[in-house]
Design a binder for this molecule. Structure first.
Ligand SMILES: NC(=O)c1ccc[n+]([C@@H]2O[C@H](COP(=O)([O-])OP(=O)(O)OC[C@H]3O[C@@H](n4cnc5c(N)ncnc54)[C@H](OP(=O)(O)O)[C@@H]3O)[C@@H](O)[C@H]2O)c1
Length: 275
């Protein structure tokens, strides 16, 4: 009886086409969904590390630079060699805010969207009180505060479309001023307030957060620290060491994905109290 039933089934399958449908393997590999990040001052140092970390996490990266054009182009070549069509370079002096809308439009045209803006570029030099001039004030404010604000404004329509986010790179000296660097500290304090204000303005569509690093990479040139100054900084933090650019990049990755976090500042300073 069983043999008879099996035989009838076989007959139907073979001659009448009543074949049982088997799931077929999907032959077309769909392109992976990607996100696009614009990082200012990303040719070298901390900015380049942030760009690399985002790229490793499947972002397409728009590398902004001003003077470090060769380093930026080299980084873009390196990233495109890892994943074709995943990095592009943008040149702009961030003190020229009037053209930010055009710059942002050009950046978005690269891949048609923007998910993340990282305001990392910075200008850092000492301003002893008696030597502080309005020009020095303007220079420090322009790059550390005015540029992130107006770049965020220019990026807002595109970020809103994607429900994206902004990360401002501040400094623990936004909370506790660095001696002989009053204007820089004031500008970074302004950036923390800009973070909180923009988080309110752009809600509920776009999240805005900040990372406030302690020393993660030694300053260069005339800002270089003596061994004694470095030791003093190390003594002030719980972990008894200088951080690394990767520590800042990891905080950025967290914030970029933290969908219920906005208006916050993460201190990445080995426990050194900024507040
Ligand atoms: N390094 C640390 O330990 C530390 C500690 C606390 C906070 N931070 C913050 O972390 C961020 C990155 O630190 P970093 O030490 O890597 O910064 P950085 O080397 O001082 O500056 C980053 C980039 O900013 C760009 N920049 C400066 N002026 C510009 C202008 N007029 N137009 C356009 N871009 C301009 C430069 O780009 P080009 O080279 O292309 O000209 C520079 O490479 C900064 O926001 C900084 O304040 C760093």
């Amino acid at each position: 009886m069983v043999f008879l039933l099996k035989g009838i089934k076989r007959f139907f399958r073979l001659f009448l086409g009543f074949k049982k449908e088997k799931p077929q393997p999907i032959s077309v590999v769909l392109p992976k969904a990607y996100r696009v990040a614009f990082i200012t001052g990303a040719a070298r140092r901390v900015g380049a590390q942030i760009a690399r970390a985002l790229h490793e996490n499947d972002y397409k990266v728009l590398i902004h630079c001003h003077r470090s054009t060769e380093e930026a182009e080299q980084l873009v070549r390196e990233l495109n060699a890892i994943r074709p069509d995943s990095a592009s370079v943008f040149y702009h002096d961030l003190s020229k805010v009037e053209v930010f809308p055009a710059l942002m439009e050009q950046a978005v045209n690269c891949w048609g969207k923007l998910h993340l803006l990282i305001n990392n570029a910075s200008c850092f030099f000492s301003t002893p009180l008696e030597q502080t001039t309005p020009l020095l004030w303007n220079n420090l404010m322009a790059i550390n505060l005015k540029a992130p604000f107006f770049l965020s404004q220019a990026a807002w329509p595109y970020l809103k479309r994607e429900e994206g986010n902004i990360i401002n790179i501040a400094d623990i000296h936004a909370f506790s001023p660095l001696r002989r660097h009053a204007v820089y500290s004031i500008a970074k304090a302004g950036l923390v307030m800009a973070t909180q204000a923009l988080a309110k303005e752009m809600a509920p569509f776009v999240r805005v957060n900040a990372v406030a690093p302690g020393l993660v990479l030694l300053p260069e040139g005339e800002n270089a620290l003596t061994a004694e100054q470095q030791l003093k900084i190390i003594e002030k933090n719980y972990l008894k060491r200088i951080g690394m650019p990767l520590d800042v990049a990891q905080a950025c990755l967290y914030l970029a994905n933290a969908n219920y976090v906005t208006g916050q500042v993460i201190e990445v300073a080995g426990g050194r109290r900024g507040r």
